[in-house]
Design a protein around this ligand. Structure first.
Ligand code: TUI
Length: 319
């Protein structure tokens, strides 16, 4: 029987479980990353649009909070992406994840240093390109995820990416419990990435209003806005998403739509503005029903997944 220690994602990340925490901007700080790494997964600090001085402090703080490896997420559309890249190199961050763009420059800069680079992709073409450019693994993120998303569902994306590349595939989008973890592995993934589930953990420092909104959310409480700007984003529905929908329906300009979004993720996550803030969260919000320590969430996910795996009987009637 395969041992958990044979898992390529665990080996690559130096983690007990093949789990990566999503690199959520204005959410994923040193405290969250350290809690996930201490709990057996790979915690990630999201550089987002953080000024370099602040990001440096977060990296140093995470090093004090955990002796385990942790990663850095670089959002490629951010104006501070190149600063984050230089800090990743300077601090020899062991794992760097990228999102919202092509990771060519990150791979060029960090591969010679031995950094594990894991681009988040939303299509087979980008997964193939990332592998050719030297990526160590890819996160295949379905449109069930929160924040900036692609077009394919996790169910359709993960097996197609897994067939297209030889490097390990980490599934993301719509996973928040052990059933999702087991399903991801059935689709060909060797690891999972969860974001929304970690919004509701004790160590996540976001405003309590947002945690309560996630706990309250049901299956149809997210919506995708911004498709007309080329940057579709999934959030919990509120006054902001309703206004986006109105603007898009009347054919507002990209500039006008983007202006409405400016600063709204920060005002949600830090100030708790759940009416007009951008409550980026995935469709799995409907499955998040408690706030627990990160380590307990991780243990529970894999205990449940193992139960699901063992409980799967024959998948067709035996004649
Ligand atoms: O990056 C994410 N999710 C994010 S980033 C973010 S911050 C933000 N703030 C305001 C507005 C918009 C974003 C919030 N959520 N997920 C990873 C991801 N990457 N999903 C989809 C992609 C992606 C899309 C296109 C990756 C590459 C890509 O390539 C385009 C190209 O250049 O070929």
């Amino acid at each position: 029987m395969k041992k958990l220690s044979d898992n390529r994602v665990c080996k690559m990340l130096g983690s007990r479980y093949p789990l990566v925490q999503g690199g959520m901007a204005w959410v994923a700080d040193a405290a969250l990353a350290a809690a996930v790494s201490n709990g057996g997964g790979l915690g990630i600090i999201a550089a987002g649009a953080m000024p370099p001085g602040l990001l440096e402090k977060e990296i140093e703080s995470a090093r004090k909070l955990t002796a385990r490896p942790f990663g850095l997420n670089i959002m490629l559309m951010s104006p501070t992406a190149s600063d984050a890249l230089e800090l990743a190199a300077e601090y020899r961050i062991p794992v760097v994840a990228t999102g919202a763009g092509s990771p060519g420059k990150v791979l060029e800069r960090l591969k010679p240093l031995g950094t594990i680079v894991i681009p988040v992709v939303a299509s087979v073409a980008l997964a193939r390109r990332a592998e050719k450019q030297g990526a160590d693994a890819v996160v295949a993120e379905g449109m069930e995820a929160g924040g900036h998303i692609g077009e394919l569902t996790t169910m359709a994306l993960v097996p197609q990416v897994a067939s297209a590349v030889a490097i390990p595939v980490i599934a993301a989008g719509g996973i928040a419990d052990g059933r999702g973890v087991a399903a991801a592995f059935a689709l060909g993934a060797e690891g999972v990435q969860l974001g929304t589930r970690f919004l509701c953990c004790d160590e996540c420092a976001i405003h309590d209003n947002v945690k309560q909104a996630v706990l309250k959310a049901r299956d149809r409480d997210t919506s995708v806005t911004g498709a007309s700007t080329g940057h579709p984003v999934r959030c919990l529905r509120n006054k902001l998403t309703a206004e986006f929908e109105k603007m898009e329906a009347r054919g507002a300009s990209v500039e006008e739509i983007e202006r409405l979004g400016t600063g709204k993720l920060r005002s949600a996550m830090l100030d708790g503005d759940v009416e007009w803030g951008s409550l980026m969260a995935g469709q799995s919000a409907g499955m998040v029903n408690d706030i627990r320590p990160a380590a307990e969430i991780i243990e529970r996910l894999f205990a449940e997944a193992e139960e699901v795996r063992r409980g799967l009987g024959p998948l067709h009637p035996i004649i």
